[in-house]
Design a binder for this molecule. Structure first.
Ligand code: BG6
Length: 469
């Protein structure tokens, strides 16, 4: 099969769709999260509070406007769009006996629209979208039954769209849950619906969750290929280089170890077995991993076909002697975005090289982009030259990885081609799109879509297959 290079973008259901309780959709974990800011963490509620704004409830109303949005993606020349299928639209409580048909019909309609425009649908099966009932009634991913329910959900979806979708992504960024590092509430919650600060035994719990999610991924990859041998299965990881603070060997070693924490699940999904080094590490901390004998076959047969790479920034190892400082030590060679994310194009080339050499699998860049404040200037133009600069420099490095370093890369998808709700802060003003959405942080605005300067720039990039940045 000739492998096309995909140009396009990625979005997620809970950040774009809205319609949080329409057509049978059940409540999902992100429907309980208020808006925060860069400095004020998002508040997570146990119950929906009236008169409080939960950004996912409205999103950018992609649910009703997807035709218009997809037409604009097509105008830019997209050949792929990554969307997520929200579990709570298909099974409102996660464990329902019957499927919610309107949920399936909605995704059929989106996928059909994409296919009309010759845009390849790339489907993420879990992008922070867990029916909240599975947290309350089962204890989320701590419970192995949730693995079975997830597999059942994926099977239904993969069968329903079998003759329309070839590219499946099992999970988005499960790697941010390393048991050995302290987590923030929001990241643990986004991935599991549980707050880190409320876990009774954080190290054990995150090890159990990490194992269950990894197992769920390999089981789905195995089943995907049983459903259709043409299916291509990936998992998306948020990866970034961790640079040593300086060349002191202790710092180099620390940076290496910090970076390696992101890889045990990738290792498990690419090598066909849960890594021994992780099991030994767990054992040395008295952690029990809930392995069942039959899991081995799933790991063996559930290897990935490609790796999805979300790349935004590089990190700097923080030496122990600065541990009690509130401000993190900054890399003096690298600028930061307004939200404190480093801007390091070379980091994408470094990471692509690293994972391609380690696993030998094709890489799809599944997210890359700049969250920035955009101003609509008189006459309605949005001059986002900073975004063009960010993307051009990153695409340049992706090209170098492919042409000079011989990394196999099958696509470059930006986050997000249209402004959506920010996942970590819930803000609307942290914008990534080529398309501006008229909505402010209070939820006010017409939701009108408008082309930014980057829209025509990216259209040109695609037309010239990245030759003209
Ligand atoms: C990625 C997530 O980690 O980062 C996306 O997969 C998210 O869901 C993106 O939106 C950017 O983060 P934020 O917080 O700026 O939206």
């Amino acid at each position: 099969m000739h492998q096309p290079f995909f140009w396009g973008g990625s979005i997620a259901a809970h950040q774009s769709e809205g319609a949080w309780n329409l057509d049978g959709k059940g409540p999902a974990i992100m429907d309980y999260v208020r808006q925060g800011t860069r400095d004020v963490p998002r508040q997570i509620d146990k119950e929906i509070v009236t008169n409080v704004r939960y950004p996912s409830h409205k999103g950018i109303d992609f649910y009703h406007r997807y035709r218009e949005d997809i037409a604009m993606f097509a105008e830019m020349g997209f050949t792929a769009l990554r969307i997520s299928v929200d579990w709570s639209r298909i099974y409102p409580h996660g464990d329902d006996e019957v499927v919610n048909q309107p949920g399936l019909e909605y995704y059929h309609a989106i996928i059909d629209t994409l296919l009309e425009y010759h845009i390849e649908p790339i489907i993420t099966l879990y992008h922070f979208e867990l029916p909240v009932n599975l947290v309350h009634s089962y204890g989320s991913w701590l419970n192995r039954k949730v693995v079975d329910l997830y597999v059942r959900f994926c099977q239904i979806v993969m069968r329903a769209f079998n003759n329309k979708v070839r590219y499946w992504i099992t999970f988005n960024e499960m790697n941010h849950l390393d048991p050995m590092t302290t987590q923030t509430d929001i990241f643990t919650y986004m991935i599991t619906g549980l707050k880190y600060s409320e876990l009774s035994n954080p190290i054990q719990d995150l090890a159990t969750i990490g194992y269950h999610m990894t197992l769920a991924s390999v089981r789905v990859a195995k089943i995907a290929r049983e459903i259709n041998k043409e299916n291509q299965v990936g998992c998306v990881f948020g990866l970034s280089p961790v640079y040593p603070y300086d060349c002191h060997p202790d710092n180099v070693m620390c940076a290496f170890k910090e970076s390696e924490r992101d890889y045990y699940q990738v290792d498990a999904m690419c090598t066909g077995r849960f890594p021994e080094y992780k099991l030994s590490e767990y054992q040395s901390h008295g952690i029990n991993v809930p392995i069942e004998p039959e899991d081995a076959d799933d790991f063996r047969r559930g290897k990935l076909d490609f790796i999805g790479l979300n790349y935004y920034y590089s990190r700097l190892q923080q030496p122990q002697r600065f541990a009690d400082q509130e401000e993190r030590v900054k890399n003096p060679y690298i600028e930061q975005s307004r939200w404190g994310w480093t801007i390091d194009p070379v980091g994408i080339r470094y990471t692509m090289n690293y994972i391609h050499r380690r696993y030998g699998l094709p890489i799809m860049i599944t997210e890359n982009g700049l969250g920035a404040l955009d101003d609509v200037i008189e006459g309605g133009t949005i001059d986002d030259g900073y975004r063009i600069e960010y993307l051009a420099k990153h695409i340049e490095q992706v090209k170098k990885a492919m042409v000079e370093d011989f990394v196999t890369c099958i696509g470059y998808l930006t986050w997000a081609p249209i402004d959506v709700i920010s996942a970590t802060t819930g803000e609307m003003r942290k914008r990534y799109g080529f398309i501006y959405v008229d909505q402010d942080d209070s939820g006010a605005g017409t939701l009108r879509r408008q082309r930014k300067a980057s829209f025509n720039w990216f259209k040109d990039v695609i037309k010239n297959n990245g030759e003209n940045l």
